[in-house]
Structures are given as C-alpha cells and as structure tokens.
Design a protein around this ligand. Structure first.
Ligand SMILES: NC(=O)c1ccc[n+]([C@@H]2O[C@H](COP(=O)([O-])OP(=O)(O)OC[C@H]3O[C@@H](n4cnc5c(N)ncnc54)[C@H](OP(=O)(O)O)[C@@H]3O)[C@@H](O)[C@H]2O)c1
Length: 331
C-alpha cells in the first residue's frame, strides 16, 4: 500500500480507503463486514470512510465494532453529516444544531473520542455557510474533529468556504469527496483546477462505478446474483450505469486491463489514482477477496498511451458536465 498526503495537509492516508456505504448494516451481514475490515487492515488500508446516514446510522456502529481493539493512532476515521438521520426538521443539514448533535452521535456509534475527518456530505442551501464553518471550527477546537472536508460541493461553493474561513480565521477544509471514475469525470473541469490551486485533495467515491467497471455486468444480461444491482438498497443507485452502451464499452476495456497485467477493478482504481489531485480512492466491498484484489491497484503507473485508449473506448459514455455536481435545494 502506498500513502499520500490528504491535499496540502499534514495528514497521511492510505491511497486506497475502505468505505461502507450500502454494505455495512445493510447488504452484508456483520461477519462479512468484519472480515472486510480485517482484510483492509491486513492489506495496509488505514483510512475508513462512513457517514451518519449510511444504513440508517447502523453502518457507523458496524464499523465501530469492527475497529474495536485496533490502535486508534494507526487508522484514520472519516465520517459525514448532512442527510437526514431522524424525523425532525433539525435532524438534517448543516446547521450548528444538527452538526453538533450528529457529531456526538457519530462519536458514540464509532466508539471513538475524535474523528480524523468530518465532512459536509452535501452543500446546505438553507444554512449560512459561516454558521456551518463556525460549528466545524468549534469541533476542531474541542479536539473532537481533527480535519474538515466537504463532499460533492461545486467549485464556487468550495471557493466561498475558503474565503469565509480565511476572512473569519476559521479552520480550512482540506478535502472534497466527489464521485470520480473513468465514466464520471464531472470534477475535472472546475473542481480539480480550484482544488489543485488551493491544496485540497480529492478522496473519490465509486472508483469502480459501484462494480460496473469490474465488467461483471454484461449488456443485455441479468445482473450477477448477490451483486449491488440485485440489492434492494443498492439497485437504484447503480441503475444509471447499467445501459447496454456503457456495459458494452466496459467489456472492451478487458484487453487493456490484460495488457497492463491488471484485473478490471484494479485498472479502474489505478485510473483514478493517476490523477495527482486524488489523495485516495474509496473502494467498497461485500467480500474480503474483493478488498484483497482491489488493493493491488496501489502504486500502479499507467502509461499515457493506455490512458488514451481508455478514453477512446469509453468516448461518448464519459460524463463530463460540471453542472452535475449539485446538492439538493431546500424550499
Ligand atoms: N460522499 C458521497 O456522497 C458518497 C456516495 C457514495 C459512496 N461514498 C463512499 O465511497 C465508498 C465507495 O463507494 P462504492 O461502494 O460505490 O465504490 P466502488 O468501489 O465503486 O463499488 C464497490 C462495490 O463494487 C463491487 N466490487 C468491489 N470490488 C469488486 C471486485 N474486486 N470484484 C467484483 N465486484 C467488486 C462490490 O459490490 P457487489 O459485490 O455488491 O457487486 C462493492 O460493494 C462508500 O462506501 C462511501 O464510503 C460516498
């Protein structure tokens, strides 16, 4: 495993991180979740990503139990706040009230005294940005949170947060967590140039496009049993990728992966790691074998000619529109 600084910060994380969206507390049983975490630790993964909202808050509990007994200093625990965690009007968003309440609940569920990274899971159009940044800053000053970041924010939203933090002397965000993979490149034109300039690192989600870039979904075929596309909580998220055009083109990546001596998921993960602004690829897994296969993408260098062939094969199905980075608007 290779390790990278998270943006321009002093924090060093494994360039492959393990995330538990859809899996822990939901798609997979506790035993499988624990085995995946054990495999991750064994393979040198130190960075673990979750969120208060995953599996209705159960995912944090499962991760907390799976990491029990692990030396706290040897792992980086990342979680998030924004999406609803309860029925109340204040059980969501980035108000001071919800941030404080949700941070304390996450600490309890994760069984830890502090979070290495606390992320705003989306931009909250209903809360003044300064209120959010002050609440984050207070958590940092209290030692409950070490670093702050955002997820799926647009370039102008990130720029506004940096401006306010500088003007008010508040802690500055060090990372963004966007979706990024060979098929979904919407951060390349606006978010990445700003983040490169400002020293903000990307910790990217769905680097394998939720399993699609493994090539296991065939055009015109039924999804393999037990895969995310067959899971009641996962199928609606992966749906957009399951078109015959995308799946057909993904099959054409096989010879490219073979030539590079990589499996398809390894090629997909290695691809996102070629971008120097990417600090880590957060991979998900339902089985420990997937973790063990995926970590082999660490340290791989892909040559420019191979990168060009990937672009040529995927061509028209690559999504690049920066406007697709968007947070829900509150009326
Ligand atoms: N910030 C956000 O808004 C946001 C949103 C989504 C995710 N995330 C974060 O990013 C993490 C990763 O997202 P993701 O799970 O969509 O990432 P992903 O790595 O693209 O997809 C993971 C899924 O692909 C399948 N897979 C993985 N490795 C495989 C292999 N070697 N062979 C075959 N199938 C394999 C598994 O599903 P099956 O076995 O079920 O097919 C696995 O659960 C999440 O856990 C979360 O921490 C953040």
């Amino acid at each position: 495993m290779e390790y990278r600084h998270l943006g321009r910060s002093g924090l060093i994380i494994s360039e492959i991180a393990y995330g538990n969206w859809i899996t822990h507390g939901s798609q997979v049983e506790e035993d499988a979740a624990r085995l995946c975490v054990e495999a991750a630790l064994d393979e040198g993964i130190t960075c673990f990503d979750t969120a208060d909202v995953y599996a209705g808050t159960r995912a944090e509990e499962v991760l907390g139990r799976a990491l029990r007994g692990v030396r706290r200093e040897s792992v980086e625990i990342f979680t998030k706040v924004y999406w609803p965690t309860g029925p109340g009007r204040n059980d969501r968003g980035l108000s001071r009230k919800h941030i404080m309440e949700s941070a304390h609940a996450s600490l309890r569920r994760l069984q830890t005294d502090y979070l290495d990274m606390y992320q705003a899971h989306r931009y909250d159009h209903g809360t003044p940005l300064e209120e959010t940044l002050r609440a984050f800053d207070d958590l940092v000053r209290q030692g409950k949170v070490l670093y702050i970041g955002v997820s799926e924010w647009r370039a102008e939203e990130i720029a506004a947060a940096l401006r306010i933090a500088a003007d008010a002397g508040l802690d500055r965000i060090i990372s963004n967590q966007p979706q990024y993979n060979m098929l979904w490149r919407v951060i390349e034109s606006e978010v990445i140039p700003l983040c490169e300039k400002e020293g903000i690192g990307q910790i990217v989600w769905s680097p394998i496009a939720q399993g699609v870039l493994t090539g296991k979904y065939l055009p015109g075929g039924a999804p393999p049993a037990g895969s995310r596309a067959t899971d009641p909580s996962g199928s609606s998220f992966i749906e957009g990728y399951l078109t015959d055009d995308i799946l057909g083109r993904v099959q054409q990546l096989r010879p490219v992966a073979d030539e590079a001596g990589l499996s398809m998921p390894q090629l997909a993960i290695a691809w996102v790691l070629q971008n120097p602004n990417v600090s880590a690829a957060i991979v998900g897994a339902t089985r420990p074998e997937q973790v063990r296969e995926n970590v082999r993408a660490s340290g791989v260098r892909l040559d420019p000619e191979l990168m060009r062939r990937i672009d040529e094969i995927l061509g028209p199905v690559i999504e690049r529109d920066p406007a697709l980075t968007a947070s829900p608007r509150r009326d």
